[in-house]
Write a protein that binds this ligand. Sequence first.
Ligand SMILES: [Fe+2]
Length: 272
Amino acid sequence: MSTTLTLLFIGDIVGTPGMDAVAMFLPSIIKDHGVDCVIANGENAMDGKSISEAQLVRLRELGVQAITSGNHIWEKWHIHKLMGAEAMLLRPVNYPRENPGRGYITIDLGAKGKIGVLNVQGRTFMSPLDCPFKTADWAIQRMAEETRVILVDIHAEATAEKIAMGWHLDGRVSAVVGTHTHIQTADARILPGGTAYITDVGMTGPYDSVVGMRKDVALRRFIRQTPHKFEMASDDVHFSAVLIVVDALTGKAESITPLTYPEFSRNAGDNH
Ligand SMILES: [Fe+2]
């Protein structure tokens, strides 16, 4: 039995372009890197807000074993039913308990062992949910009874809050990965206690946009300071993820590698 587990976490999948990018890149990544478990943030899959049942099924067929989410998951009414019915679809654990769904799951990988996945949301510049730090402590204590391999998706607006969560959980979980801000950060590293960390995994979706939104609409919002209907962008689609190798026995991370497909061009001549 191999003593390492290779996990792939896909950053916020935005709309049909993001779904298509997953279908295009995921099968070869799983094969090439020997990925044991795929987790994806799907809060923006349905035209930028929430996820449909058909999209959940499609992601499952592509090999995704758990879908994390965040504040935007609630913006379609059907989600209350779907969240209650699908164990692989997580919502941040620190939402009030009256909401449907659950914030963590343990995935059984057979001979490879088990992996716990926790979804938690920040409070800075966001809704005043229960304390993400204390709630994460509570959930991790429960998951640790089953496995030492635990990945945490901290869905938050503030960089500082995500970094604080990384330090708070260092040595107690295998990975803390940030989502929500949609731009991959350059700080992927292993913290001293053995926790893989990145402030934001980045968006899997259209980058000819403002974090997935059509740029002309986003600009109207910023310049006029009034609401304008959200419209999805469609061009310059990239797949963003992190590959994390974990010691299956200790739960300590051995490496974290950010992935972006296709890579962004840094030459003016190649720009769109
Ligand atoms: Fe998002």
